[in-house]
Structure formats: structure tokens, C-alpha cells
Design a protein around this ligand. Structure first.
Ligand SMILES: NC(=O)c1ccc[n+]([C@@H]2O[C@H](COP(=O)([O-])OP(=O)(O)OC[C@H]3O[C@@H](n4cnc5c(N)ncnc54)[C@H](O)[C@@H]3O)[C@@H](O)[C@H]2O)c1
Length: 315
């Protein structure tokens, strides 16, 4: 079996949806052959074209030198888990559901050897819960990507209660080769780093809108021009260093007791979900879109992602 530290780590990706395909694109761009496993036949068939298109985009934007048509030959999409036998690392990026993911891990363990690392791209399920009942839980860990996964530098490597740090270190090394700037969570916590902070922000954003303090547009505009302006340059701690620390303590004293801590899903969120909105993917969201506008937003987001990556790498 090839060593996990070789340049040519063969990776399995389970679930070829939005993230599975962009994760595969990142890996193939970093010269790791990818075997994808997907239950849905149409997604299995369309995955190669989507990956080729994302690779072509990356080349146009200067992130890749190699020919996307040659690179995509390193990708195969399959239905059965036996195709994962050769993999040294398997990343599951299937539907966010504990039972589905547990079953996937069970099937992976049936076909790979005991040292093969199994990563989960769960957004919010505790890694520790996914380790329960596994044959070799010490090699199971969170590998949390951010969309678009082939462009963003973000990655959180998350240890569950039973994860061995050795495996986490190996994935950290690999992640750097994939062009990521990974963070390590030595202990499992729901939401990891960014989702804990992002969801605290979402709760407050809904509170401001639902209580009539500001509109969706006002909240978006303020955050974009304040937090959005500096956060690619500095995280919150560096930002406090840059802008004076004591004032933050004074604001905390007055503001913390007033922040929303409701544990229910906001009413506005429930209404929007019930209306069938899925955002730009079906041209229905917090903002109204025509099909053409939704497509334009999707493309602009990709273009911006490349530009922000270039900017962040400069500093
Ligand atoms: N979308 C994001 O921005 C984002 C960011 C970080 C993490 N995640 C996480 O990534 C995972 C995937 O999210 P997504 O947005 O790509 O969802 P998605 O719905 O686009 O893709 C999920 C895919 O998994 C497939 N699938 C379901 N069960 C399967 C099985 N047993 N075997 C093989 N394939 C199976 C589905 O057919 C589907 O194609 C979720 O856990 C999600 O929480 C998503």
C-alpha cells in the first residue's frame, strides 16, 4: 500500500453533490487521484463534467497550470464502495444526517484497511458521535471544507474523542499540499470554530430583522462593509490588537447581556424554508431573483472567491 505521505495520495470522496465535486476538484488539482462514490445516478454522471468545468475555471484564474482535460482523467465515479479499496484517505461529503453518515462510515470500513484515514465533511454533527460503533474510530476525524472548496484556503481538522492525533497531523500536512491553511481542533465541539461563530452571527442577524430594527438589506450592507472589509486580513483577535483592546472589554460588559440567545429556529427562516427557497440554486431566497440574476450571482461569487484568495495570499 502507498504511504499516506506520498505526493500521490489516492482519495475517495463519498457524495458528489455541491461540495463533493468541488472537494474532488481541489484534490485532482493537487495531483491526488480521486474515486467518487455517489448513489444518485444523474449526479454520478454529471460529476465529471462539473469537475472539468471547475478545473478549467481554476486554470483561467491562474490557480492551475495543468490541462484540465488531462487532470480529470484522475477522477472516476462509482456506485459501490469496493472501488475505494486502493484509497489511502476517504472523505465523506454526503447528506448532513447522522444515520446516513454512520452507515457510510460502516461501509467504508468494510473495504479499506485499518490505517486508512476516514474524514467527514460534516458541518455540525459531532465527530465523536460518528465514531461510535466504528471498528477503528482512532482514524476517523473531521475534515471540514468551505465552499467553493477548490478555491478557499479554509480547512478545519477536527479530532473526535477517540481520534489519534497522529492521523490529524497527517491530514494537516496533506491539507497544506492541497493549498489550504488548516486549523486543528484538538477536541470535538459542535459547530467547530467558524460555524459556532457564524451561527451566533446568524441568530443576531435574524433577531435584528424580525424585531424590526433593520432590513435584510441593511444587515447585509453593514456586515459586508465592516466585518467583510477586514476579516480576510485579520481574525477577531488580531483585529482587536489592531484597533485597541480595552474598548472591546467595555462594550462586552454592556452588550453581552443584550445579545439574543433564543434556541429556536427564527420564524423568518422557517417561512423562507417552507416557501421552497434554496437560494440562488433555485432562484428563490431572502432576495428576489430571476433565473438570469441568480446565475449571475453564482458566477460573481466564484470570480470574487478567486480574487479574495489572491488578495489574502498577498498579505
Ligand atoms: N454546502 C456547503 O457550503 C457546505 C460547507 C461545509 C460542509 N458541508 C457539508 O458537506 C456535506 C455535503 O453537503 P452538500 O452541500 O454537498 O450537499 P449535497 O446535497 O449537494 O450533496 C450530498 C450528496 O450526497 C449524496 N449521498 C447521500 N447519501 C449517500 C450515500 N449513502 N452514498 C453516497 N452518496 C450519498 C447525495 O446523493 C448528494 O449528491 C454535508 O455534510 C454538509 O453539511 C456543506
Amino acid at each position: 500500500m502507498k504511504r499516506i505521505t506520498s505526493n500521490q495520495v489516492h482519495v475517495g470522496v463519498i457524495g458528489l453533490g455541491l461540495m463533493g465535486t468541488s472537494i474532488a476538484t481541489c484534490l485532482i488539482g493537487a495531483r491526488c487521484p480521486v474515486t467518487g462514490v455517489e448513489l444518485d445516478c444523474s449526479r454520478r454522471k454529471s460529476a465529471r463534467n462539473r469537475i472539468r468545468a471547475l478545473l478549467a475555471d481554476s486554470k483561467r484564474e491562474g490557480l492551475l497550470r495543468a490541462d484540465p482535460r488531462k487532470l480529470v482523467r484522475e477522477f472516476a465515479a462509482c456506485e459501490g464502495y469496493e472501488s475505494l479499496e486502493e484509497c489511502q484517505l476517504v472523505i465523506e461529503s454526503a447528506t448532513e444526517d447522522l444515520q446516513i453518515k454512520r452507515e457510510i462510515i460502516r461501509q467504508i470500513e468494510e473495504v479499506v484497511s485499518r490505517k486508512v484515514i476516514i474524514g467527514t465533511n460534516t458541518s455540525g454533527l459531532p465527530v465523536t458521535d460518528l465514531q461510535r460503533g466504528a471498528c477503528h474510530p482512532e482514524r476517523i476525524l473531521g475534515i471540514h471544507w468551505a465552499e467553493p472548496a477548490h478555491i478557499t484556503r479554509f480547512m478545519e481538522i477536527v479530532c473526535g474523542e477517540q481520534t489519534s492525533l497522529i492521523y490529524a497531523q497527517r491530514v494537516l500536512n496533506l491539507a497544506r499540499r492541497w493549498g489550504k491553511e488548516p486549523s486543528l481542533l484538538r477536541r470535538d465541539i459542535r459547530g467547530f470554530i467558524t460555524n459556532r461563530i457564524f451561527y451566533a452571527m446568524l441568530r443576531e442577524a435574524f433577531y435584528l430583522v424580525e424585531s424590526g430594527y433593520a432590513t435584510v438589506e441593511d444587515v447585509d450592507r453593514s456586515l459586508r462593509n465592516d466585518l467583510g472589509y477586514w476579516i480576510t486580513f485579520a481574525g477577531p483577535f488580531r483585529y482587536m490588537d489592531l484597533t485597541g483592546i480595552p474598548a472591546y472589554a467595555a462594550v462586552m460588559r454592556g452588550l453581552f447581556p443584550e445579545l439574543n440567545c433564543d434556541t429556536r429556529i427564527p420564524k423568518l427562516m422557517k417561512r423562507v424554508v417552507a416557501s421552497g427557497a434554496r437560494g440562488v440554486s433555485n432562484a428563490k431566497g431572502f432576495y428576489p431573483y430571476t433565473q438570469a440574476e441568480a446565475l449571475r450571482w453564482e458566477k460573481r461569487f466564484l470570480k470574487f472567491s478567486y480574487e479574495v484568495r489572491r488578495l489574502a495570499q498577498k498579505y
